[in-house]
Ligand binder design. Structure first.
Ligand SMILES: Cc1cc2nc3c(=O)[nH]c(=O)nc-3n(C[C@H](O)[C@H](O)[C@H](O)COP(=O)(O)OP(=O)(O)OC[C@H]3O[C@@H](n4cnc5c(N)ncnc54)[C@H](O)[C@@H]3O)c2cc1C
Ligand SMILES: NC(=O)c1ccc[n+]([C@@H]2O[C@H](COP(=O)([O-])OP(=O)(O)OC[C@H]3O[C@@H](n4cnc5c(N)ncnc54)[C@H](OP(=O)(O)O)[C@@H]3O)[C@@H](O)[C@H]2O)c1
Length: 443
């Protein structure tokens, strides 16, 4: 019997498990599956942890989510085609839920089945080798500190790529008398009340961590971008300036001449695609981009087509794109989708990578990832979902952010699955200090 290893039980790993479950329900004989998850529970980044650094077993904590995180895109854009928000919550809910609400939704879908028994929790894959047409996986039972081995025909890597921080050094850091940290270790914005905060970076973490600090009472927030400013209309107490040149004592000095007193530096400088648990010739080596090279259809490892990667792209689309990838991967594993010859693989990858390299603005990037997801969607029996509406929503959302970064989370969108329109949330995001599921769902 074909044996499949899934590494990671975050949203991607759960999509993979769900795809097999659906095939089984339709009467198909599915392979034997073992999912390895190094945390004690499922949900990946959405399984919030107060921990930073390493866990009780000495293993680095993968979690990068923080207490007051709310969805940064409309929930309608990530809705599962086979499990709507209306079905889970029994009513339409607002478009930008906090972390706990989205976690509840992700887990609601998998809790319905018997999937948990396929997962080995507290189990970390430490090495994967390909020999004699099989993958030999070594894994650590963290609780008993034992290394074990097993062989598989296929390996699905769904370990995420926002867990290992990229930490650059700036001049003067060694003698800076305040706190220096990466957004990976950011947990609670309250910590920075009345502090002068410097945020370095210009992507989603920089934007949101900076806004959080402002919202929860930081004295000042100064964002230092490297290449391009985000350029939003920042609220009082925030500014965006060009690149940190150096720190002199408590003073941050930027390339544009700005000088700012600093108590804390938060590096929102992104993450590394890091796969130390795969032998080198199986490792995807890429930055955070919309079409990482060497992955056919963004999934199948070009040099060994029994190795599949999920969710390795930079992400506009998330959960339903992961589903489309998982359904495709399932059909490759079950031999329902045939992988073409090496020449065709090479030319398909080149086509997408070349297109990606020409993208100039967020609208084009949204179009690119929508086209990619739609193509995958058409190749499997993943249920119907309106990706054209999702495309439209993403563009509208981008424009809302440009209009007002403080209010874009108060808007409402319609579901690409049920068509229902989200109610406006009872409290505008900027004044909603309690992000619990109960408060969010209360009328
Ligand atoms: C701060 C932050 C906020 C985000 N907010 C949003 C948002 O609002 N909306 C949105 O759609 N997306 C958001 N994302 C994007 C996020 O990438 C996806 O939502 C999603 O979590 C990706 O799922 P994944 O399964 O690929 O990875 P992850 O969620 O990272 O899950 C990977 C799993 O693999 C496990 N694992 C890793 N290595 C091993 C190993 N060697 N052995 C065994 N298990 C292993 C980890 O423990 C983890 O459980 C956010 C990301 C970050 C960093
Ligand atoms: N729900 C939410 O609200 C929320 C909040 C935070 C994050 N997220 C998610 O988390 C994921 C990761 O986002 P991310 O922003 O952490 O990573 P990212 O999108 O990969 O961005 C990395 C950023 O680091 C900058 N950078 C890299 N090296 C630098 C250096 N030496 N100095 C200054 N800047 C440097 C890059 O700038 P250049 O452009 O100059 O290279 C880029 O702006 C995304 O999927 C995002 O959606 C969501």
């Amino acid at each position: 019997m074909t044996k499949v290893a899934i590494i990671g039980a975050g949203p991607c790993g759960l999509s993979m498990l769900r795809s097999f479950e659906q095939a089984e329900k339709e009467g198909e004989k599915i392979p034997e599956i073992v999912c390895f998850e190094k945390q004690e529970d499922w949900g990946g980044l959405w399984n919030y942890s107060w921990r930073t650094g390493s866990d009780q077993y000495g293993d680095p904590v993968p979690n990068s989510m923080y207490r007051y995180l709310w969805s940064n895109g409309p929930k309608e854009c990530l809705e599962f085609a086979d499990y709507s928000f209306d079905e889970h919550f029994g009513k339409p809910i607002p478009s930008f839920p906090p972390r706990e609400v989205l976690y509840d939704y992700i887990i609601g879908r998998v809790n319905k089945g018997n999937l948990k028994k396929k997962i080995k929790f507290n189990t970390r894959v430490v090495n994967t080798k390909f020999k004699d047409e099989k993958f030999e996986i070594s894994y650590q039972d963290k609780v008993n500190n034992k290394i074990l081995k097993d062989n598989f025909d296929f390996v699905v890597v769904s370990t995420g790529h926002f867990s290992v921080p990229f930490i650059p050094e700036y001049k003067g850091m060694k003698s800076f008398p305040g706190r220096i940290m990466h957004s990976h270790d950011f947990r609670d914005a309250e910590e920075f009340r009345d502090k002068n905060v410097i945020v370095l970076g210009s992507s989603y973490s920089a934007e949101d961590v900076a806004l959080q600090c402002n919202k929860y009472g930081a004295k000042s927030v100064t964002i230092g971008y490297r290449h391009n400013p985000m350029g939003f209309k920042w609220p009082k107490g925030m500014k965006e300036v060009h690149y940190l040149d150096r720190l002199e004592g408590k003073k941050a000095i930027f390339k544009d001449g700005t000088k700012q007193e600093a108590d804390v530096i938060i590096l929102c400088t992104g993450y590394l695609h890091h796969f130390p648990f795969l032998e080198e010739n199986l490792q995807l080596k890429t930055g955070n981009r919309l079409y990482p090279p060497k992955l056919y259809k963004g999934i199948v490892w070009q040099d060994n087509q029994k190795l599949l990667y999920l969710g390795m792209q930079d992400q506009f689309h998330t959960f339903n794109m992961f589903d489309c990838q998982a359904w495709y991967a399932r059909d490759v594993i079950m031999n329902k989708i045939k992988i073409p010859n090496n020449k065709e693989i090479e030319s398909d990858i080149n086509k997408w990578v070349t297109m990606e390299e020409k993208l100039e603005n967020p609208d084009q990037m949204i179009d690119f990832q929508t086209e990619y997801t739609k193509e995958l969607h058409e190749m499997s029996n993943y249920p119907k979902i309106d990706f054209e509406l999702i495309r439209k929503h993403f563009k509208e959302w981008e424009h809302h952010k440009v209009e007002d970064i403080m209010t874009y989370r108060n808007k409402s969108f319609s579901s690409p699955v049920t068509g229902s329109v989200a109610p406006i949330h009872h409290t505008p995001w900027a004044s909603a200090m309690d992000d619990s599921l109960k408060t969010f769902l209360d009328k």
